[in-house]
Write a protein that binds this ligand. Structure first.
Ligand SMILES: NC(=O)c1ccc[n+]([C@@H]2O[C@H](COP(=O)([O-])OP(=O)(O)OC[C@H]3O[C@@H](n4cnc5c(N)ncnc54)[C@H](O)[C@@H]3O)[C@@H](O)[C@H]2O)c1
Length: 334
């Protein structure tokens, strides 16, 4: 079996997770770790046995034996680094969101096309067991169609302040939104057509975000799909320290309800019946997504989530921000 040499850019939480997951892929060999913070690059080098560490990603990309690059840095760097890696002929597995701008995402897709490499976006929720169970129930028409998928979730201001920054992240709607928007596209097998949202910046003026130009962190977003299905995400990442809501997910249909309880247990309610259809996920979706991307390389097949999928999800995030800021309903014509 040909080895797959891996360069991981970013040695924060997700970079370390990617390294751990690549270690579990048969034939994968860690080749280089990169982080602009030297202590983080060195820690990953020591903890995962990378043969080399760098603080400049361009040097990491020159390390011999690299075939694939995991991009695990703040969102605004995804496009630049992915394009640079693809232009050197490497496959790229980039964390979500694909990018912070439409142009950035399109540049990544263009780089894939001109270099004939694999480019996947780490929309790991596709391997999330409760989501798969919900998709099966909806597609079996257990609760009827069309449906309305409602998510309510509120958490405290993020400790990683860059997540709130307009430029570095695009804010929570761009950072976390794509997981939901991609899930709904997959679930409904349909494209989003209309987005309306209202929101606020709860964290504006928060002492822990001093110096950060905070993007909207709290919104209720309604997405209409061509299929008639509706997604609603009511989210805050701007609550005070130590504060959160319980997380609620309901999928309502004309013939019943599916409820996800605390992100784990999937309950189906139809006429006078209630059944727990999944107690908890047994898999690690990060391990599964990296195994799937490695298989796409080895078997020369499309990755499970393409650049186009990443772009479609990003379009909804950006439309939601636009809707909050303009007070208008935004029509998508993807
Ligand atoms: N798929 C998921 O479920 C999931 C979960 C969390 C984060 N993410 C995504 O993963 C990415 C990384 O998030 P994280 O939580 O690991 O953040 P993090 O802050 O823990 O790590 C990011 C790392 O990138 C490094 N970095 C910044 N600029 C750099 C540069 N120019 N060159 C090299 N390194 C640089 C930072 O020093 C830091 O160590 C983000 O895009 C985030 O949205 C995905």
């Amino acid at each position: 079996m040909q080895p797959i040499g891996v360069c991981v850019i970013g040695a924060g939480d997700l970079g370390r997770k990617h390294a751990e997951c690549w270690q579990q892929v048969e034939g994968a060999e860690l080749a280089a770790t990169v982080d602009i913070q030297e202590d983080r690059a060195k820690a990953a080098y020591a903890d995962f046995g990378f043969p080399a560490w760098f603080t400049d990603y361009r040097e990491g990309l020159q390390q011999p034996g690299v075939d694939v690059v995991s991009v695990c840095v703040p969102n605004y760097l995804h496009s630049e680094m992915s394009v640079a890696a693809m232009d050197l002929g490497y496959h790229v597995f980039c964390e979500k969101p694909i990018a912070t701008t439409i142009d950035g995402a399109k540049a990544m897709i263009a780089a894939r096309e001109r270099n004939g490499v694999k480019f996947g976006v780490a929309l790991c929720k596709r391997f999330w067991e409760p989501g798969r169970k919900i998709a099966q129930l909806v597609n079996d028409r257990t609760i009827g169609r069309p449906t309305m998928y409602r998510v309510v979730s509120g958490i405290e201001i993020r400790y990683k302040s860059w997540i709130h920054d307009k430029v570095m992240s695009g804010g929570p709607l761009v950072d976390i939104g794509p997981h939901y928007f991609d899930q709904w596209r997959q679930l409904f097998k349909s494209e989003p057509t209309t987005v309306m949202a209202m929101g606020q910046t709860f964290s504006a003026g928060a002492a822990e975000l001093a110096g950060i130009d905070s993007e909207i962190d709290t919104a209720t977003i309604i997405v209409q799909f061509a299929s008639g299905d509706i997604g609603m995400l009511s989210l805050s990442w701007g609550l005070p320290r130590g504060t959160s809501t319980s997380s609620v997910e309901h999928i309502m249909g004309p013939d019943g309800v599916i409820e996800l309880i605390e992100g784990e247990r999937v309950v189906l309610r139809t006429r006078e019946e209630e059944e727990t259809v999944l107690e908890r996920a047994e898999n690690d979706m990060y391990v599964d997504e990296i195994a799937a991307f490695a298989a796409a390389i080895r078997e020369d097949k499309p990755p499970f989530a393409s650049g186009e999928d990443g772009l479609a999800a990003l379009r909804v995030s950006l439309a939601a921000l636009e809707s909050v800021k303009t007070g208008q309903v935004v029509k998508l014509n993807s």
